[in-house]
Write a protein that binds this ligand. Structure first.
Ligand SMILES: [Zn+2]
Length: 468
């Protein structure tokens, strides 16, 4: 696991120039202990001229050879790692304008070109050098080439209406050269869409797993500032551009011709969920499970309960058939022994913790089964914790869900206890949790434990664990 330290006093670094602007005056503000033999401790500096952050050294990037990437990486990626909705955001923000030919440079598994063509927007081609591009080509049936842009025969001499490149530019040594290459395959009135980690997320109070992912030492050269990206786009011939910085990621739209600012059109969840539904019909069990999990989770989170209600029994059945997991009486003791989150995801899907959590909420709200809700929520807290301990920067979803799962588990426990103990205890609960006074909560919890002698064993064991 990485250890990120923000340095107390910044040292001025002049040996290594900023890869984003070439200036040789940066202050070293962060050190990252990568825990990897090849990389050791890496230092990160902020450019005094353009504000971008970059890794110091001759070559801080390991390179994307297939043997560097976990061979099973794609399984985790389709199960939970791929933020498909986030990838589609730049496209969705364009609304009806997003029609025509589409090239995705560094398309990964290929979800975006697959979405583009399956949604009837036009022809779409993806380029990907990492191994999971080959897997995506096979499993999605998308047109993906395992070649460099400059060497790809299939697109030689062609110009595309849209050129998209998500989370790629930070992996290249020469961002200006990369943008010029993209400009070379863009139609005269076409539009380039980019996303990349934002320099603004390099700060102490930024959520740890997301910071680790944005930094990705050994894979990323830099985190661009919004201003620098705008300058780079202009220098590549794009006189018109919009760069959004949401504090974690930059999203850019750029063209040689004027265009209407994208958004604020709301994200089209129906179209997104419809796409997941289509992909969930494909044969590969990991891909199918990942789509069913997203359908269920995102259906619930976005209020599309009809989608969630259709997805849940399919997810339940699939969890049982493909992984032997019962989403009613989950036995996760073996999954909790799995030493490596990424490596273990072939056997225990990386969405297990998240699915247990969402299924727990669903059991309460939709199935009105308080016991099942408690069972699933309790299991989810253990599973999510385990995923964080073994998954590190790959456990972003677990990190996001754990606080809510823990809170909901405790509330479910209190709810179940208070319905079975007719002492008006339920009226005390909101007060105790509204004012998070540790002493008061402890006293309340002790009282619950005493009273728990009268209730079912399951809740009692859960409560005892909670108070440990
Ligand atoms: Zn710079």
């Amino acid at each position: 696991m990485y250890k990120v330290d923000f340095l107390e006093s910044a040292r001025i670094e002049t040996q290594w120039p900023c890869p984003a602007c070439g200036a040789a005056s940066a202050s070293v503000g962060v050190s990252v202990d990568t825990g990897m033999v090849e990389l050791g401790v890496q230092e990160l500096a902020q450019c005094g001229v353009c504000g971008s952050w970059f890794f110091l050294g001759e070559d801080p990037v390991l390179g994307y050879q297939d043997d560097v990437i976990e061979p099973k990486y794609w399984i985790h990626y389709v199960q939970v790692g791929a933020g498909i909705d986030a990838m589609l955001r730049p496209v969705m923000a364009l609304g009806e304008r997003a029609r025509g030919t589409f090239l995705d440079v560094g398309c990964g598994f290929g979800f975006v070109p697959d979405f583009w063509s399956k949604s009837g927007r036009g022809e779409a081609i993806g380029l990907e050098l990492a191994a999971y591009g080959k897997v995506g080509k096979r499993l999605l049936g998308a047109e993906i080439h395992h070649e460099y842009l400059a060497e790809c025969e299939a697109i030689r001499g062609r110009k595309f209406d849209f050129v998209y490149s998500s989370e790629v530019i930070e992996h290249v040594r020469d961002p200006q050269g990369f943008l010029k290459e993209l400009a070379g395959v863009l139609a005269p009135e076409g539009m380039v869409m980019l996303t990349t980690p934002s320099a603004s997320c390099v700060r102490k109070d930024f959520e740890e797993t997301r910071l680790h992912s944005a930094l990705s030492p050994g894979f990323h050269y830099f985190l661009l500032s919004a201003e620098r990206l705008e300058t780079l786009l202009e220098a590549a011939g794009f006189a018109f551009h919009v760069v959004e910085d949401n504090g974690e990621r930059l999203t850019a739209w750029a063209s040689r011709v004027p265009f209407e600012k994208p958004g604020p059109k709301p994200f089209d969840w129906e179209e997104y969920l419809g796409y997941l539904e289509k992909v969930s019909e494909r044969g590969d069990p990991h891909l199918k499970g990942g789509m069913l999990y997203r359908l269920f989770k995102d259906g619930m989170n976005t209020g599309h309960m009809d989608v969630a209600r259709r997805a849940f029994p399919r997810l339940e059945e699939h969890a049982k058939n493909a992984y032997g997991i019962d989403l009613n009486f989950p036995n996760i003791s073996e999954a909790l022994q799995s030493p490596d989150f990424l490596d273990g995801s072939e056997q225990y899907p990386a969405w297990l913790g998240g699915a247990l959590f969402m299924a727990g909420i669903y059991a309460g709200n939709e199935l009105h089964d308080a016991q099942r809700k408690l069972r699933l929520l309790e299991a989810s807290t253990h599973m999510l914790e385990h995923e964080m301990e073994t998954g590190f920067q790959f456990a972003q979803e677990a990190a996001a869900f754990l606080p809510a799962a823990t809170y909901n588990y405790r509330m479910a426990l209190v709810e179940l206890l208070s319905t079975e103990i007719p002492r008006g205890l339920d009226r005390e609960v909101p007060n105790v949790y509204a004012r998070p006074d540790k002493k008061q909560i402890k006293a309340f919890e002790r009282r619950l434990l005493e009273l728990a002698g009268t209730i079912n064993t399951f809740a009692r064991s859960g409560l005892a664990k909670w108070l440990q």
